[in-house]
Ligand binder design. Structure first.
Ligand code: S3P
Length: 425
């Protein structure tokens, strides 16, 4: 994909449904009895992977425009899959389904594309084994073989902040004997905790611990998916770094476990207006972002899990901020869809940025003019989109290799980017 400098970035957009919430709605709907209509289901390829796996397990899935209807018969209704379950590029699909499958009395094999087969699964396999399931990766990576059965509740301390692993343990816990508790050191996104009560499951939350009791049946329920705030991040940064720009995003998810990047951008001097429209089960509202003069900041510690997916967008903002921005405590970025630390350092350097790669983050000296170049996405959707936004601000033309991977989370991205650059409403 070729991107050239945009004179401005303007428009009013409604984003496709949030990826994290769509995965969860589909999986909980599949574990429930009855129908779960999911409105504004994500168009992301990752969420189609989840639906495909659920169908392979015998769950009813109907797609009608942006609404997906999942019909479940409880966990007992799941059938042994005839082939390996293909999670594609989606770590969420593979890890969360592993938890649900740990309670099912059959063998399944979870696998995915080349990128997913390089990512760690021991973090989810270990707790599932402690609950009594067979759960084995190949040298800690997919394919992940699960042989489920009778599970016992456990208390598990998460070493790495991971909402996927937390969710997997809770989904296994719903099928286990007794109580299952997950405790985390830093809060990760809490969509599962917010959604379970919608399906009739009571859970106990105490500080950074969450507990479920096994055997509680789930009842299908309608879910309205707000716009994906992680996709919003790219459009917001595009408006901040281009002159005479303004974007308004409506119906966007404002869960604090996902919006730490907005706090960071404000700290950097971003002109943002945010309005909350409703609060439950998920906070939803609108965001307006305008051209801003940005200054460097430090990002680290407990805010990292709440902005982990937005580091690529923040790195582009940092390249436009006066001073050196440091990002630390983000070593997890090395095991995402690509090694995002290395991929961002490479891409921004090729565009003329001054970037230092740290073991667990980046130091980005901002304020240097970027110039167009040929850059690589490494097949990673968020790297492709971040470099495209950098390209909008770079002099000349930027060519992004394997740009089609943006459809993993935001298939409409290139269209929206073009509309914003053309200034259409
Ligand atoms: C997600 C959790 C995060 C995030 C991913 C989606 C989720 O991963 O990076 O894009 O929906 O629970 P980890 O659980 O590995 O932190």
């Amino acid at each position: 994909m070729r991107v050239s400098r945009a004179p401005h970035f303007r428009g009013r957009f409604r984003l496709p449904g949030d990826k994290s919430i769509s995965h969860r709605a589909a999986i909980l709907g599949a574990l429930a009895r009855g129908e779960t209509p999911i409105r504004n289901f994500a168009s992301a390829a990752d969420c189609a992977s989840t639906l495909g796996c659920l169908e392979a397990l015998g769950v009813g899935v109907w797609r009608e425009d942006q609404t997906v209807r999942v019909t479940g018969r409880g966990p007992e209704g799941w059938q042994a899959p005839r082939a390996d379950l293909d999670a594609g590029n989606s770590g969420s699909t593979l890890r969360m389904l592993a938890g649900a499958l740990a309670g099912r009395p059959f063998r399944s094999v979870l696998t995915g594309d080349e990128s997913l087969r390089r990512r760690p699964v021991e973090r989810v396999a270990a707790p599932l084994r402690a609950m009594g399931a067979v759960a084995n990766g190949k040298e800690g990576r997919p394919p992940l073989v699960i042989e489920g059965g009778r599970l016992r509740g456990i208390t598990w301390e998460l070493e790495v902040a991971s909402a996927q692993v937390k969710t997997a343990i809770l989904l296994a816990g719903l099928q286990a004997e007794g109580t299952t508790t997950v405790r985390e050191a830093h809060a990760s996104r809490d969509h599962t905790e917010r959604m379970l009560p919608v399906f009739g499951v009571a859970l106990a939350r105490e500080g950074l611990a969450v507990s479920v009791r096994g055997g509680t049946p789930l009842q299908g329920a309608p879910v309205d998916v707000p716009g994906d705030v992680s996709s919003a991040a790219f459009l917001i940064v595009a408006a901040l770094v281009r002159p005479s720009s303004e974007v308004r995003l409506d119906d966007v998810l404002l869960n604090p476990g996902r919006t730490a990047f907005l706090d960071v951008l404000r700290r950097m001097g971003a002109r943002l207006e945010i309005g909350l429209v409703r609060e439950t089960p998920e906070p939803v509202g609108w965001i307006v972002a305008r051209t801003s003069k940005l200054v460097a900041t430090s990002i680290g510690g407990k805010e990292v899990p709440a902005l982990i997916d937005e580091v690529p967008a923040l790195a582009v903002a940092a390249a436009h901020a006066e001073g050196t921005t440091t990002i630390t405590g983000a070593g997890e970025l090395r095991v995402k869809e690509s090694d995002r630390i290395a991929a961002l350092a490479e891409g921004l350097r090729l565009l003329g940025g001054r970037v230092e790669e740290l073991p667990d983050g980046l130091a980005i000296e901002g304020g240097r003019p970027l110039r167009g170049a040929a850059v690589r996405s490494h097949g990673d959707h968020r790297i492709a989109m971040a470099l495209a936004v950098a390209g909008l601000a770079a002099e000349g033309e930027t060519e992004i290799e394997e740009a089609e991977c943006a459809s993993v989370s935001f298939p409409e991205f290139w269209d929206v980017l073009g509309r914003g650059a053309a200034g259409a409403d």
